[in-house]
Write a protein that binds this ligand. Structure first.
Ligand SMILES: NC(=O)c1ccc[n+]([C@@H]2O[C@H](COP(=O)([O-])OP(=O)(O)OC[C@H]3O[C@@H](n4cnc5c(N)ncnc54)[C@H](OP(=O)(O)O)[C@@H]3O)[C@@H](O)[C@H]2O)c1
Length: 295
């Protein structure tokens, strides 16, 4: 195991799953978790272990490269996962990569997205810029490209209402990965980084339509479950209300996601994930059965 692993976006969903996975493993490296100043207390409360050595919580904004460099000193691996849908996402990642380079970080693990070449999606196009910058940074690296997390579907909501709210068709195949499987992959890479140097891994658990997901959840929950396809303007309005969409860039990016997923879906192949895990990825049936006791 490397000595110190710095995880960015500490209050984000991916980072939290990774922190859980690492802390719950006997061979946990020293964790340095980066959050914005306003996120420190939330993270401390969620993970009291991070407040004392050998772990630590550090504060900075991705855009503040000068402050990042001292924070990245003596770090063996940086794990970076950017914000969801942000106009400055590429600039933020480049600032983090530059700080890692200046601080002499040995390895950079980038969480990207499946098929960044799907350039009709602006969120994917930005990831391509970030991947290119990292590959040319001269830092040893690995890029992991997950498709949608199964955890995007709130099982609690489905159990209460019998509905899976969607902004696009329930009949188009989509790619899914269990966030726990994804965090396990990140842990495996962290435990032996140079084995994965210069690799790019597509991370897909299985492809299913939401109609099929609804049937699986219906059987697992023992209650009627239907997809609730909401028309795009109403769906966007709901996301604005929930503060998920905060500006016109995000609104445009989300509209493109809806149109894209209505036609193609973000599907892929699960061979790489199976090989990395050395086990069958968790599909919807197993995920639903395992998770329902926790809802
Ligand atoms: N959700 C999926 O199914 C999925 C699948 C594949 C790939 N992805 C990719 O994964 C990424 C999002 O992952 P996620 O769901 O873990 O995201 P998330 O929960 O939204 O977390 C993003 C984190 O970034 C932090 N952040 C934002 N701006 C920052 C700044 N200027 N300086 C420092 N920190 C900043 C946020 O901090 P605060 O907590 O302070 O706001 C937040 O904790 C996106 O790039 C997305 O494309 C997502």
């Amino acid at each position: 195991m490397p000595s110190t692993v710095l995880i960015t976006g500490g209050n984000g969903r991916t980072a939290r799953q990774l922190i859980d996975t690492l802390l719950n493993h006997p061979d946990c490296p020293n964790l340095r978790v980066l959050v914005r100043p306003q996120g420190v207390e939330t993270l401390k409360q969620a993970y009291p272990l991070l407040s004392s050595p050998p772990h630590s919580i550090v504060q900075a904004d991705y855009m503040d490269e000068t402050n990042l460099v001292p924070i990245f000193q003596n770090v063996s691996i940086v794990v970076h996962n950017g914000p969801s849908i942000h106009q400055n996402e590429a600039a933020m990642a480049i600032s983090v990569i530059e700080a890692a380079r200046k601080a002499g970080v040995g390895f950079f693990l980038l969480c990207s997205v499946l098929h960044p070449m799907r350039s009709k999606l602006v969120t994917h196009k930005l990831k391509l810029i970030i991947e290119e910058y990292l590959v040319e940074s001269r830092i040893s690296y690995c890029i992991v490209q997950p498709t949608h997390y199964m955890q995007n579907v709130s099982l609690g909501h489905v159990l209460r209402t019998g509905k899976i709210p969607l902004g696009y068709s329930e009949l188009v195949e989509q790619g899914f990965v269990d966030l726990c499987d994804f965090a396990m992959v990140l842990r495996l890479i962290i435990s032996d980084p140079m084995k994965h140097n210069r690799a790019t891994y597509e991370i897909v658990g299985e492809n299913k339509t939401y109609q099929e997901v609804a049937t699986i959840l219906q059987n697992a929950m023992g209650r009627d479950v239907q997809c609730e396809v909401i028309n795009p303007p109403k769906y966007i309005a709901m996301l604005k209300e929930g503060n998920v969409i905060q500006n016109e860039y995000a609104e445009d990016a989300m509209e493109r996601i809806i149109v894209y997923h209505n036609r193609w879906g973000l599907t892929g192949n699960s061979n790489v994930l199976r090989w990395l895990l050395n086990a069958e990825p968790r599909g919807w049936k197993k995920y639903a059965m395992d998770m329902l006791s926790d809802v």
